[in-house]
Design a protein. Structure first.
Length: 183
């Protein structure tokens, strides 16, 4: 699919999360974004330097209150890795670190930010949803398979209003500050 662009309606899809009892639950993208303003933030991997240390995800946590004051209802971070599609059992075994973007890892990543009160960490563990958006990133040459590109989408009642998609592994246009400027 071609990359999603401003004006498109975001397709529905299923994302995963691990609840407090470590049960894997599904959530529909449309159920999270319908009739709301939502930021959907994609990252190549949990705990990676750019996503964790260089302010991509921490920026959304730090700016969550300001974003909410400007009408944002949900801030959702997703990470996907199509390598899981080749190893389906990894997505159901707690504590397996090889599947860096499974729901358990995303839960642990979210918990690593004790100050977080607003950002949801969800998994696209098969990479199917990111592929539907046309936002996959092939880093197979570095041994990481197909991941999500780094991006931030501003959605208004399922319509893409802003599509800030990074080139390669860069971090120049998809920050919380970029989203604030767009609002």
């Amino acid at each position: 699919m071609a990359c999603i662009v401003v004006g498109d309606t975001i397709p529905d899809g299923t994302l995963l999360y691990a609840d407090e009892a470590h049960q894997i639950l599904n959530v529909s993208v449309h159920s999270l974004a319908a009739a709301k303003q939502v930021i959907l933030c994609g990252v190549p991997g949990a705990f990676t330097p750019t996503c964790s240390s260089l302010k991509h995800v921490p920026g959304f946590i730090e700016k969550a209150e300001e974003l909410k004051s400007k009408g944002i209802s949900e801030i959702i971070v997703i990470s996907g890795n199509t390598q899981l599609a080749n190893f389906p059992l990894l997505a159901t075994n707690f504590g397996v670190s090889v599947a860096v973007n499974d729901p358990y890892v995303m839960r642990a990543w979210g918990k690593s930010y004790p100050e977080n009160k607003h950002v949801k960490f969800l998994s696209d563990s098969s990479g199917a949803y990111v592929k539907t958006l046309g936002l996959e990133l092939d880093v197979s040459d570095r041994g990481f398979g197909i991941r999500s590109q780094r991006f931030a989408l501003l959605l208004d009642d399922l319509k893409v209003k802003v599509a800030n998609v990074e080139s390669g592994g860069q971090f120049k246009v998809s920050s919380a500050e970029d989203m604030l400027k767009a609002l």
